[in-house]
Design a protein around this ligand. Structure first.
Ligand code: ATP
Ligand code: MG
Length: 206
């Protein structure tokens, strides 16, 4: 059976946390998606100045985190592609692999304005609709106002969506691990266990 609507959730996922999962589930329900594919970044073009954890760890943690949701899956398509990954190429590859009728791209409301500086943005917005999920500290009204500056055909392709706001970020989780503070209830227990078993985030990465 052909998939009708699929969303891509892109990110570094270093590590994946409940903010990502809640946003993805909220979007899935709201847009009646048949699948959400989490795509951990290989070498994110916007984060080249940071050291990020090995791809195999980020892939493993994301796989563990989504295992309990039948609508979620993980793809290694960016990780196994050499060089930096552009969202445009990822979206093309998702159309090729899954053959959906429509692709959505889920992003945090903070990241959405950055999109406009992305590689092949006009073509990208033609190929997929962006869903900007709320993130604490990022007012959706503010985003809507900023979007007014864009040409109308682009505004229509970026849809703001309010999801339960979780003030969780991967960088905060990494800092907490380093400082010996608890990360329990910020991310799935299986991911917490993985972090401790593999000794992740003990060193000062960034
Ligand atoms: P870092 O702190 O290292 O930047 P992060 O928590 O932002 O990590 P990413 O992997 O960069 O995690 O995020 C992937 C996507 O998920 C981005 O579009 C980001 O805006 C979104 N996102 C991250 N945290 C949340 C959250 N708490 N609520 C909603 N969206 C989020
Ligand atoms: Mg981020």
């Amino acid at each position: 059976m052909q998939l009708r609507k699929l969303a891509v959730m892109g990110g570094t996922f270093d590590p994946v946390h409940y903010g990502h999962l809640v946003a993805a589930e909220g979007v899935r329900h709201e847009f009646q998606l048949e699948k959400v594919v989490f795509v951990p970044a290989g070498r994110p073009p916007h984060k080249t100045d940071h050291r990020i954890s090995e791809a195999k760890h980020r892939l493993a943690m994301t796989t563990l985190a989504v295992a309990s949701n039948p609508f979620f899956e993980v793809s290694d398509l960016e990780i196994n592609r050499p060089g930096p990954s552009y969202t445009f190429d990822t979206v093309q590859e998702v159309y090729r692999r899954y053959r959906p009728e429509e692709v959505f791209f889920i992003t945090g409301a903070d990241a959405v304005l950055e999109i406009l500086s992305w590689h092949r943005v006009q073509e990208l917005l033609k190929r997929c609709c962006f869903i900007a999920a709320t993130r604490p500290g990022h007012d959706l009204n503010n985003l809507k106002e900023r979007l007014q500056e864009l040409p109308p055909h682009l505004i229509a392709r970026i849809v703001p969506l309010e999801v339960p706001a979780l003030a969780i970020s991967s960088s905060d989780i990494r800092r907490r691990v380093r400082a010996g503070k608890p990360i329990k209830y910020l991310l799935p227990e299986v991911v917490e266990e993985y972090i401790f078993i593999h000794g992740l985030y003990q060193q000062d990465l960034h």
